[in-house]
Design a protein around this ligand. Structure first.
Ligand code: ZN
Length: 277
């Protein structure tokens, strides 16, 4: 099963992005050895990055989402480019918390909400564009919705969903973003509102439907048009050369010290765990 992300238009006035990121979240879990709640934290953040990346205008543009909520998960970071290639890490992949009362993984508890969601976009300009909003709940979807509203002036409904199986594998993961365009009619807005109850669990819907089918199921009777399809992937583009540059920038003294103490200089890529000596 492939990762998939689709852009759809509802009634010519609502932009919808729907993604199935199951495979890439499973890959991230394998790379980082995440425990279930960390799988959900990182998976939701990677899915958010894929969705934001799919909204970049050029394939080479890229962005970084950072979550710093003061919770036991520590810093969570994900990057994406306009081609929907994502990668990320979580400072504490083995964070382990009891499930919430409703049985769900306690993503908000792991992330914490005493901090910020920061999105830095490299659009080829001198300086990156940086948008930062206070965390609302640490559940990531609400935090991203607040970011869309505050930083991009775009009222948006966001669902991010990672369903971890009892054996800790990723059963389904994905995201759904619904953004009415400015001036969308009252009729369409209340239509959306009247259908949201269908989305109890977006990941569960992905067991049965593709992202496009899920949207068509939720907003049946609406006019839905598929405008673009992308394939999100977990890709790390690290190279020996890039890390060599990093080590060289430490300076002679530091490097000599390292060689004296360890007999070698070792770097591990924090995105893919590849080791360079
Ligand atoms: Zn790497």
């Amino acid at each position: 099963m492939k990762n998939q992300l689709v852009h759809l238009m509802l009634n010519d006035e609502v932009r919808i992005i729907a993604a199935d990121t199951t495979q890439l979240v499973e890959e991230a879990k394998a790379i980082h050895g995440t425990y279930p709640v960390a799988t959900a934290v990182l998976g939701r953040t990677l899915t958010a990055a894929a969705i934001l990346g799919s909204q970049l205008r050029q394939e080479w543009e890229n962005l970084t989402i950072t979550l710093n909520g003061g919770g036991p998960a520590g810093t969570v970071l994900a990057t994406a480019n306009g081609n929907c290639e994502v990668k990320g890490y979580i400072a504490n992949p083995q964070v382990n918390l009891p499930a919430r009362e409703d049985g769900k993984l306690d993503v908000g508890g792991a992330v914490g909400k005493d901090g910020f969601l920061t999105v830095s976009k490299d659009l080829g300009l001198k300086e990156p564009y940086v948008g930062q909003t206070a965390l609302v709940s640490g559940e990531i979807a609400e935090d991203l919705a607040y970011y869309y509203l505050q930083s991009e002036q775009q009222p948006t409904i966001v669902y991010l969903s990672v369903w971890v199986d009892i054996d800790t594998s990723v059963l389904r993961a994905g995201g759904l973003v619904i953004s009415p365009m400015p001036g969308a009619s009252e009729e369409t807005l209340s239509f959306i509102e009247s259908r949201l109850f269908e989305i109890q669990n977006y990941a569960l819907m992905l067991m049965q439907y593709s992202p496009e089918e899920a949207v068509r199921k939720i907003f049946r009777d609406g006019k839905i048009e598929l405008t673009r399809t992308q394939e999100p992937k977990y890709v790390c583009n690290c190279t020996r050369e890039r890390f060599s540059q990093g080590i060289l920038s430490l300076g002679r003294k530091e490097i000599e010290q390292m060689l004296k103490e360890d007999g070698q200089a070792e770097v591990i890529c924090q995105f893919c765990n590849k080791q360079y000596l």
